[in-house]
Design a protein around this ligand. Structure first.
Ligand SMILES: Cc1cc2nc3c(=O)[nH]c(=O)nc-3n(C[C@H](O)[C@H](O)[C@H](O)COP(=O)(O)O)c2cc1C
Length: 383
């Protein structure tokens, strides 16, 4: 595995350091878009609080602890048990973040998930990510668009499909609204002032051009950015039901993960129609403030699913130790959303790699502290 940049590691040894730097570099509107939960941010706060409660009893006298992070998922070997979660409107947070993160995934041998509403296309990102690309589907209502989108993702080399289940309606995201977020961003005096006071972000954004939803754009007859965003909002909500999921199952020959599942019955119904992976997630606390912490659901989910499908966990992961916590409670794989975006916002082009370095270093070190050599041996090691 690639050697970390030691200078960066000394200056920014933890994801929290990247978060603090991202806060300083981003204008409020971009920061609130990235950071916003919903309601009182209860679900988002719970994700962190409940992860922090999980502890381990270490075992010593194990001799030399050479740690092996490699992990098998759906027949593919990944160099680490985590990947990059799909993030929409990515270019608003940091221009070309999709390209930075796809290259990180390729370099580190981990998956990168491209969102339907990212600001780059599968055609651009696919070649960068190699055979480690996952494509996230916000379900289009129109059958022809669905077919075309899947075909584009497949042709661009994406191997695994994530269908997002947990957006039956848009999240309210009150803080994003108050910060003046519109899609595409409207140049108001407030945004202009925020740009001037955050020159690095402004410079990069002006160079890249205002972010818009490039993957969705070909399907909208009106090519104006605002019209495309409206089109995405109304035509990609797709009142999701099991028949639709079955239909996607028939169209996509590779592995499918249903993302955003919190109820064991939904997991069982998904397995019954041939879904390969259950994405245990509360969308990072961005959708439903009444949702449980995703980590609290994991043990019951693991029991119900009983290895009949892979469990892919996300929501609240900020360290290698958090990854260990999720793996111990039953996850087969873990995704990180905000952690990688903090990296891009804090360090631009170097941010994706540095986030991966922090997570790998922290995971390796904590496995040594616990006295465990392999990912498989982490299962049920919490107290
Ligand atoms: C700014 C932002 C945008 C997101 N956009 C999407 C998206 O387009 N599709 C999706 O399935 N999930 C989306 N998510 C949710 C992430 O995939 C993931 O579930 C969540 O970020 C995990 O929580 P974490 O940020 O605490 O790691 C988004 C999350 C963030 C922070």
């Amino acid at each position: 595995m690639r050697k970390p940049d030691q200078q960066l590691m000394n200056r920014y040894p933890a994801i929290a350091d990247l978060e603090a730097k991202a806060r300083r570099r981003l204008p409020n509107v971009a920061w609130e878009y990235l950071q916003s939960g919903t309601g009182n941010d209860g679900a988002m706060t719970r994700n962190r609080e409940q992860l922090e409660k999980i502890t381990f009893a270490p075992q010593f006298m194990q001799g030399k602890l050479q740690v092996d992070l490699t992990t098998q998922l759906f027949g593919t070997t990944y160099n680490a048990p985590f990947g990059i979660a799909p993030v929409g409107l990515t270019g608003l947070i940091w221009p070309k973040a999709e390209l930075i993160l796809a290259q990180t995934a390729n370099t580190y041998g981990i998956p990168y998930s491209l969102s339907t509403v990212a600001t780059q296309t599968p055609e651009t990102v696919g070649p960068l990510v190699g055979n480690r690309g996952w494509f996230q589907l916000y379900p289009p209502a129109d059958a022809a668009i669905l077919k075309d989108l899947l075909q584009r993702a497949r042709a661009a080399g994406f191997t695994t499909l994530l269908i997002t289940a947990d957006v039956p309606a848009p999240g309210r995201r009150e803080k994003s609204k108050k910060a003046g977020l519109t899609i595409p961003p409207k140049i108001t005096p407030r945004l202009a002032w925020e740009g001037i006071t955050h020159p690095q972000w402004l410079w990069e954004t002006l160079r890249a051009g205002l972010p818009h939803l490039r993957t969705v754009a070909p399907y909208s007859t009106d090519k104006d950015s605002k019209a495309i965003a409206e089109f995405a909002r109304f035509r990609f909500r797709g009142d999701l039901d099991w028949d639709y999921i079955k239909h996607v199952r028939d169209l996509w020959s590779g592995p499918i993960i249903l993302k955003g599942i919190l109820h064991p019955q939904d997991a069982l119904d998904a397995i019954a129609i041939g879904i390969d992976g259950i994405g245990v997630s509360n969308h990072g606390g961005r959708q439903f403030d009444g949702a449980p912490a995703a980590i609290d659901v994991l043990p019951d989910m693991a029991k119900a699913v009983d290895d009949k499908a892979a469990l892919i966990f996300d929501s609240g992961i900020r360290s290698g130790l958090d990854i260990m916590r999720a793996l111990s409670l039953g996850a087969d794989f873990v995704l990180c959303g905000k952690a990688f975006m903090y990296g891009c916002a804090a360090l631009g082009k170097r941010g994706g790699n540095h986030t991966a370095d922090i997570l790998i270093d922290d995971l390796t070190n904590n496995m040594q502290q616990l006295g465990v050599r392999t990912i498989a041996a982490l299962r049920n090691r919490h107290r």
